[in-house]
Write a protein that binds this ligand. Structure first.
Ligand code: ADE
Length: 246
């Protein structure tokens, strides 16, 4: 499924949508969860577009082979550099301006900062690999930037690509109803988020913290900040060290 809508800002000026182009052996996996809720509504509204390219269309021979055995031996199969290069070169004809990313556990970790900077650009072109990985020569040959979504191994890059796209899309102006809701969420200020409460005021003997019912906005802000610092210190001391005096 390809989505290539145009977008109109509330002021009536046309803003080009943020473009995602995904190269995959499983285009049918998309948009998947990106087709519902905020990301899905934004896709329908033309705030971003999603193009899918089937790598197998560039495969070799009658069977459209995209992979082969690893040089030097070993288990599994490796995606061919020539096939992937043809796919990338075709995708780039329309989208030469997009940064070219390869989802891989070897890559630089995806961070909120990275998502923010990608969401501020024209979009992303993402290669989702399968099997034991891709021929190393493609990475330099086509200037791929490797991106990891965490220290674990997925069976393919599609879910990782969706994670990256979701993190970027929700930061596109107009995608989130209230952009203020971004200000205090986890990582935006280098801290994990403070705890949230809603009704009922008392639930199973667990009351809502009194300060949140006080109506004293300065006191509430101070409490939230100190909770954010406490939770971050407990769970992610690696994040807090640089924020201790901030
Ligand atoms: N592909 C397989 N595992 C991955 C990971 N952890 N991050 C990004 N892409 C991947």
């Amino acid at each position: 499924m390809a989505h290539t809508p145009t977008s109109h800002s509330p002021s009536g000026l046309t803003r080009p949508p943020w473009r995602a182009s995904v190269l995959t052996l499983f285009p049918e996996a998309f948009p998947g969860p990106l087709g519902v809720s905020l990301a899905g509504q934004a896709l329908d509204a033309g705030l971003w577009s999603l193009k899918l390219l089937q790598i197998r269309d560039f495969g070799i021979g009658r069977h459209r082979a995209v992979d082969d055995t690893p040089a030097g031996g070993g288990a599994g199969m490796v995606m061919r550099a020539d096939v992937l290069a043809s796919a990338i070169d075709a995708a780039r004809q329309d989208d030469a301006d997009l940064p070219l990313l390869y989802m891989s556990p070897r890559g630089n970790p995806l961070t909120q900062e990275r998502a923010r900077s990608l969401s501020a650009g024209p979009g992303v072109m993402v290669l989702a690999g399968r099997f034991e990985g891709i021929d190393e020569r493609l990475i330099a040959g086509r200037g791929l930037t490797e991106v990891s979504i965490g220290d674990y191994v997925l069976s393919g890059g599609e879910i990782a690509a969706m994670v990256l796209l979701d993190a970027c899309v929700r930061l596109i102006p107009g995608v989130l109803g209230a952009s203020a809701s971004l200000v205090h969420e986890s990582f935006e200020d280098g801290l994990l988020e403070y705890p949230q409460y809603t009704k009922p005021r008392d639930w199973e003997g667990r009351p809502t913290p009194e300060v949140l019912l006080s109506g004293d906005h300065a006191k509430i802000a101070a409490w939230r900040r100190s909770e954010a610092v406490r939770i971050t210190r407990e769970r992610r001391p690696d994040l807090i060290s640089s924020k201790e005096n901030g």
